[in-house]
Each structure stands twice: as C-alpha cells, then as structure tokens.
Ligand binder design. Sequence first.
Ligand code: NAD
Length: 504
Amino acid sequence: MIQKMSQPKMSPTNAKKPVKIAVGYGDGIGPEIMKATLKILKEAGANIETETIHLGEKIYLAGNTAGIEEAAWKTIDDTKIILKAPITTPQGKGYKSLNVTLRKSLGLFANVRPVMALHPYVKTHFPEMDVVIIRENEEDLYAGIEHQQTQDVVQCLKLITRPGCEKIVRYAFEYAKAYGRKKVTCMVKDNIMKLTDGLFHQVFDEIAVEYPTIESNTEIIDIASARLAAHPERYDVVVTSNLYGDIISDIAAEIAGSVGLAGSANIGTNVSMFEAIHGSAPDISGKGIANPSGLINAAIMMLAHIGQRDIADTIKNAMLVTLEQGYHTADIYQEGVSKEQASTQGFADKLIENLGKLPKELKISKLSEGTGEIIIPEYVRKQEKQVLVGVDAFINWQGTDPNIVGKKLDTINSFKLKLKMITNRGVKVYPAGRKETYCTDHWRCRFVAMDAKIKEKTPVYEAVEYEQIIALLSTLNQEGFEVIKTENLYEFDGRRGFSLGQGE
Ligand code: NAD
C-alpha cells in the first residue's frame, strides 16, 4: 500500500479550495515576524486559510506544562499543516519542550533544513554552498532512554529501527527527486557502531539502487562533518541520523552565515510543521527590527510542500531581489554592501514590492521545476527466524581484578550456558585481558551455550531456552552477584544480532 505525505493534490476540482494552515504566533519576536510573513503570503496569492493556535510561554505560565492548548490539537488534526513562530520555554523545572512534544506526538520523522549561501549580501566563505540536511527526527539517542546502572556508569540507549531508517532514507531520495537535486550523501559511523549505524547504511544502500538517476554515496560522519565545514559546496542532499543531523545542520547554517535566515520543515506522515531555526530573541522583541527571513523561508518550504511551488518561487525570488537591492535587517547589515537598514515590516514591504521580479546575481529559485509528490510506502516487516543463543548479564561488582570475578563465574553452569567472556566498557578483560585496561564497577558477562565451538574462526552458537537464562540469573543471584541488567543474544536467519567484545 502506498502512503502519501500530507500534500493536498492540486487537481482541477480542488485547485481553488484554500489549504488550511494552523498558525502559532509564538513569543518574543514571533508575532512580529509572523505578521510580516502572513502579509507576504497574502500579497503573493498563496491559496491558504489560516487558523490561529495558542501555544508557548503564556500557555506554560497558565499552568499547562506542555505549552500547547488542548484546542490547538483539534485544529492541527483538521489542518495537518502548522506554520509556527519561535516560542519561549520558561526557565525552571516541569516545563516540557514544546518542539519535542510536537515532533514526537505528531510523528514528525524528518527534519529538513536547506542552507544556501547568499554571497555577497550575507557574509560567508562559501558562496557556492547550497545543501539540504535531512535529519531523522524521532530515534537514536534522542529516544531519551537513560539509566544509571552502577555508581560509576550511566547509559543512554541508541535506538535505530528499520522502519525509521527506511522512512528517512526514502524521504531523502524522494526529496531529491521532487526538488531536482542530483546527489544524496549518507553520513554514519558504522566502522564503530556496526549494528545501529550499520543498519542505517545498509538501508541506504538498499534504497539507493531504486533511484539510479540520483548519485549516492556514504561517508563516515567525523570526516564528513569536517569536509562539510571546509567544502560545503561538494554536498547536495545529506541524510543522517538524529544526533549527527542535529550537529551538522547547525554547522551548515553557521558557515552559510545565515542562522537567522534559515527555515526548517518537520515532516510527518500525516502532519508537517514549518518554522525558522532561530529562537524567540527576547533581547530584540518588540523593537520591530527582527529579520523575518527565517520564517519566510519556512513558509516557502510549506508552500512547496502543499503543492503551491509557483507561489513559493515568487516569494523566494522577491526575497533574493530585496537582498540584492541592499535592504537588510540589522542582523545582516554590512557597511558598504547594504543600502538601507530595514525594519521587520519594512523588509516585508520591500519584498512585496518585488513580487514577480527575478534576482540578477543570486541563484533563481526554481522549486516549480521539480516534479512529483513525495511518496513513502508503508513498512512491510520481513519475517526472519529469531533464535536465542545466550545472554549478556551486566553485573555491579566493586572489585578491580577481572580474574577474580571471571574464575568465580567460570564455575557457574546453568544447563548449556557457560561464561564466554567478560568485558568492561566493551573491552574484553577475561579471559586473557590486559592489566592496563581500566575497569569500572560495570561488568558485562557473556553466557552462551556450553558447546559453542569455533568453526573456521566463527563461533557457532547453540539455541537455548529462555528458562535456562532465568535459571542462570537465579544462580548468579544465589551466588551473590548483582545483575543490574541483561541483554538477550539472538541470531536472525543465522546472522549474529549482537556485537563482539573489543578483543574477543
Ligand atoms: P535566539 O535564536 O532566540 O537568539 C540568539 C541571538 O540571535 C540573539 O542575539 C537574537 O537577538 C538573535 N536573533 C535570533 N533570531 C533573530 C532574527 N530573526 N533577527 C535578528 N536577530 C535574531 O536563541 P536564544 O536566545 O538561545 O533563545 C531565546 C528563546 O528562544 C529561548 O526561550 C529558547 O528556548 C527559545 N527557542 C525557541 C525555538 C523554537 O521555538 N523553535 C528555537 C530555539 C530557541
């Protein structure tokens, strides 16, 4: 079954029907830049109908810890599209981040951030830069599952799922196709995280072959971030997981010199939200001097998303003309380059005067030349044979010599399960560890079927029953070991579903 993204189709029967948009005016400079942006949308002829939703500081301070009025959810259910100005999260405990709430509860899985240089009108070392970062928005370390397990050790779970990878990678290729982009680069760290980042890379390779006209490659995130910072013009569309994407999208915006100018989209299967990347700027709020371009760029992305790409191009090109004419807000004003320091509304009014004109030097926006809707197929789970072959029992032990705990665990025999190795912070320390390896109070003890043997250097594991693991844990408990967590070891269609210890 095909699942379409939330873009209303512009067919002859509904072409005149305005698209409903939920609008959040936000806090600080939010209302000023939203007013300017909505005026531009109206003057450019955007076929939309807006409905205000109440969210942000006032709602928080009225005692709603989520920062969004109940009625707003109903409006969002109805419109499925949100244009949101930045909000202020009050300091102090108990207030939840509204952005995280919206992202997670609405399933906004893709964060899309185009970053383009506007040289020489906005200072940058990279005049040719024109990159779109597509960041997975729901998974990875941002699942927020953290535990302190011993006095020394805290843990954060990195969750990467096949459906999550398929959705974001497919979205990146579909985006490239729909917006006429030539290349998609995947950024991962699968030389270290072979299972989690390895899955992201594998899914990327699987999906890339379905788009033979789009060039694709994979780079290791550390060197890729350095290259992005040094040669951003070499990248076109980048797709990556949540944490890496968070970092590189800020790097990209910063080196383009345009943190205050960048817009972003948070795309979900049913609902999508568009906003500027900057915050509510309380220091300049109420002065009428904020740059509205970040929110205008977000609105341009929204128009492209709802199928009004011609209007999106008209607004973008008028914005570029206004910048070329030298009407610059205070944040980007440059002596000798700028003609006039524009106010928020002054910039919007100049932009409106320029609707219909094309920039002379800056790259003309041609969103309308892209084709097609973005289509994400529903996830289909392939059935694999999942076989239990052992367990990693994590033990809280305050000693320092791995041989003491190792020799004691060697004597434990529970059905077929027997100690294979002990690691500390992932490094094998028993049997045959090195005395230099520093050990904390957190010991991973791997138990597998006793008759596990080495066959052509690859361990062959025997299937075990879960009852045998329970019996093992019970024995460990009776012997005085404190098991603070366990991870079952599985094979999937004969493929090992767990990493080896370093030095195993
Ligand atoms: P900020 O982005 O609001 O401001 C950082 C600096 O950039 C300030 O000097 C500000 O004056 C300037 N600036 C930001 N946008 C500008 C614009 N459009 N024109 C001209 N100058 C601009 O970041 P902050 O000060 O760290 O955060 C302020 C508040 O915004 C906080 O409450 C924070 O939680 C919130 N915030 C909200 C969002 C959001 O709603 N999406 C995002 C980031 C921060």
